[in-house]
Design a binder for this molecule. Structure first.
Ligand SMILES: [Ca+2]
Ligand SMILES: [Ca+2]
Ligand SMILES: [Ca+2]
Ligand SMILES: [Ca+2]
Length: 431
């Protein structure tokens, strides 16, 4: 057997081996006809939770590459907005909630080189939200030093001046900000996927848009950098997901003085695991931030597509830097996990979207709800099969609506292109 076949075999076994580690889900083992019917009925009810509508500008003739979108009240007027980026048109856009449930899209810049991620933060501490843009230089695999980090400085009226604070580095996939060393200036955490070579770094803010870099990890495949106090010592730590030669979740615990430790929290022996995103949320509401985690990346294949082990999981924060893996459920092509109480029963449910699925099959799922029974057991329920190719999701609150709405974004790099969208808002139906 060739090493490739062997590694695939191990990969498959490793993927299967994950399932027994989860909480028992007897219904999945052997379903009776009645149970299947109940699942089908639940799918119908989940579908009825949301009504999809075009959000922001309508899709144009070409295929949108929405690479990221995040809900934030950018102009701080009390109404949540959305900022996002388009990897092919090089834009960063703002979809402003002008009045409750009414939205207007504004292009903030079209000069970012293959933006992959945006985030809002008041970097210069003048009271308005600036925008951090992670630029890959090129979305598709490339080992050249074409990545950059740009901060769009807000003048207070949502007019922006770009500052390139990092340039000529391995492709940048995420940048977030926090004061890591306690000097009152917001520093940066940066994920650089690169290709054969990549990095995770933090950048110390020297003031006047000048930053010094410190490399935390030299490995390709970093996708996200998330920031929170993960181990309870009241300093802000960095969590990252690596998906290239290795498939690992790293914690960089902050010592508080500008130095960081390093710990692998979880890793898959499956080199083809396909880690796609992490997002922090206190999923079990015990006061500690947990790590929501999808694996569903299909960008790397000659024939982009899904794998049977794709799905959604969470790393439960047990305190003091210890985490426990729990599988939430299978979901082919899974991306962008988001936690919210979608059914208003008091616990946090999880929604994820699918970027890579068997889109020629009309039964393939593009939006899935994993409903929490209150005991951290999750039941998958189909929200939608179309539109397809969704890699972006977030939750937006519209005044007057108790149930949160969902926002999704489509990245249409591969056919079929028969169920296109750009941005979609999934409004609650009240059912
Ligand atoms: Ca607003
Ligand atoms: Ca500012
Ligand atoms: Ca600082
Ligand atoms: Ca928790």
């Amino acid at each position: 057997m060739s090493p490739r076949i062997l590694s695939l075999l191990f990969a498959t076994l490793a993927g299967l081996a994950l399932v027994p580690g989860c909480k028992p889900k007897p219904k999945e083992q052997k379903q009776t006809f009645r149970e299947k019917k109940q699942v089908a009925e639940r799918e119908v009810s989940a579908r009825n939770l949301f009504q999809p509508e075009v959000f922001g500008n309508p899709p144009s003739e070409d295929n949108p590459w929405i690479s990221n979108a995040v809900v934030v009240d950018l102009d701080q007027d009390g109404l949540e907005d959305l900022i996002g980026c388009e990897g092919q048109k090089n834009t960063v856009f703002w979809v402003r909630q002008t009045e409750p449930g009414v939205f207007e899209e504004i292009t903030l810049t079209d000069e970012m080189l293959a933006p992959a991620h945006v985030d809002a933060n008041d970097i210069d501490d003048d009271g308005d939200l600036d925008i951090l843009v992670a630029c890959m230089g090129q979305i598709f695999p490339n080992n050249d030093l074409i990545g950059s980090v740009v901060i769009l400085e807000n003048d207070g009226q949502q007019n922006y001046t770009p500052h390139t604070v990092l340039d000529h580095v391995a492709r940048v996939t995420d940048v977030r900000a926090a004061d890591f060393d306690g000097d009152g200036l917001k520093d940066l955490a940066v994920a650089q996927f690169g290709y054969y070579e990549g990095e995770v770094r933090w950048m110390k803010n020297r003031g006047n848009w000048q930053f010094d870099s410190e490399i935390l990890l030299s490995l390709p495949g970093a996708i996200n950098v998330c920031i929170a106090d993960m181990n309870g010592d009241r300093t802000l730590d960095i969590v990252t997901i690596i998906s290239q030669q290795y498939e690992e979740v790293y914690l960089f615990p902050n010592n508080g003085n500008g130095t960081f430790g390093q710990k692998v929290l979880w890793g898959s022996t499956n080199q083809d695991y396909g880690s796609s995103n992490i997002r922090l949320a206190d999923l079990n509401r015990d006061g500690r931030q947990d790590i929501l985690y999808t694996n569903g990346d299909g960008f790397d294949y000659a024939e982009p597509g899904s794998r049977p082990w794709h799905g959604v999981q969470w790393l439960e924060n047990k305190g003091e830097g210890f985490f426990q893996f729990h599988r939430i459920g299978d979901f082919k092509g899974a991306y962008s996990p988001v936690a919210a109480d979608f059914d208003l029963d008091g616990d946090l449910d999880v929604v994820a979207v699918s970027g890579f699925n068997e889109w020629a099959d009309p039964k393939s799922v593009s939006v899935m709800l994993f409903r929490n029974d209150g005991q951290m057991n999750f039941t998958p329920e189909v929200i939608a099969n179309t539109p397809t190719h969704l890699i972006v999701a977030d939750v937006i609150h519209i005044p007057g609506e108790a149930q949160p709405s969902l926002i999704t974004g489509a990245f249409l790099a591969y056919p079929p292109f028969d169920h296109k969208s750009r941005l979609t808002v999934w409004r609650p139906t009240g059912e």
